[in-house]
Design a protein around this ligand. Structure first.
Ligand code: 13P
Length: 278
């Protein structure tokens, strides 16, 4: 069933467990994640970036795809369809109109006051529509072809003010992780996570969950993280598997076989992450 993320995150926070957001890119991605989470009987958040929405054809396509897969595959577990890193009020409006249950508005590159104003507009838009709002404070690092871009962690005071002033349902606070697959040891500020979790009633979101060992993810959850976002790990595992398949089967032209050759890789990543809750 499609639901907003408020209840699943509240319960997870209470039980010191994690809810995972897995990012989707196409029909197969969505299907494999849904099937695995349904099999394991865990709630899941399907994260969709603006880039992935554009790639798939638009907000309505993504919503119809998710709603239809849940219905036709008879998915019983709770699923939340979430806009990841929404960049404007307009994109949040389009996501909500299409049927998304949750939106992230990312004004983290703005000065504090402007970020607060933007987030407040989204909160007032979502308030009467049973839609959850996540927002970000501090700046996340990233790892890409240009190497590692270090972010700036937020502070306890700034984050508490941000949550109080905006009325958001969950907060993505930068605590030292980066987007993309960083293979070394990151300098995660567990003390900051703990003090934020102690001080705030809303769930804490960890962006940049890929590339971290399950021990590290567990430590983040023990310190107070409730939602963990995973995108790059799935992309990497799927790509490796598909490349291998194509090398071994150069004559195959059926796209279902090619794309589907990465199915187990995706399901394995999903299952392995979820296992940190056991
Ligand atoms: P990764 O690139 O580490 O998978 O991060 C995903 C993410 O935070 C999406 O918002």
């Amino acid at each position: 069933m499609l639901v907003n993320s408020k209840k699943m995150l509240k319960e997870a926070k209470k039980n010191k467990k994690a809810v995972f957001q897995f990012n989707i890119n196409n029909l197969e991605w969505t299907r494999y994640i849904l099937e695995e989470c349904d099999k394991l009987k865990v709630p899941v958040i399907l994260g969709v970036s603006e880039g992935a929405i554009k790639y798939m054809g638009g907000y309505n396509v993504v919503a119809a795809l998710c709603y239809s897969l849940i219905s036709d595959l008879n998915i019983k577990t709770d699923v939340c369809l979430h806009l990841d890193h929404g960049s404007s009020l307009e994109s949040c409006k389009m996501a909500i109109a299409a049927g998304f249950n949750s939106v992230m508005i990312d004004g983290s590159s703005l000065p504090f006051d402007e970020n607060v104003e933007l987030v407040k507009e989204v909160v007032s838009l979502a308030k009467n529509q049973d839609v959850a709002v996540e927002a970000e404070i501090g700046s996340m690092g990233s790892i890409g072809s240009n190497g590692l871009k270090i972010g700036t962690n937020t502070t306890l005071e700034a984050c508490v003010n941000f949550v109080t002033e905006t009325g958001i349902d969950s907060v993505a606070a930068s605590v030292g992780t980066v987007h993309g697959i960083y293979k070394g040891e990151l300098n995660i500020d567990y003390k900051l996570i703990k003090s934020l979790a102690d001080e705030l009633l809303v769930p804490l979101v960890l962006h940049g969950g890929s590339g971290l060992s399950n021990e590290t993810l567990k430590k983040c959850v023990e310190s107070g993280i409730t939602k963990i976002n995973i995108n790059s790990d799935i992309q990497e595992s799927w790509s490796l598997e598909v490349k291998k398949y194509l090398q071994e089967n150069p004559d195959v032209i059926d796209p279902r076989k090619i794309i589907g050759s990465g199915k187990e890789a995706i399901k394995n990543v999903v299952a392995s992450k979820i296992n940190i809750n056991n």
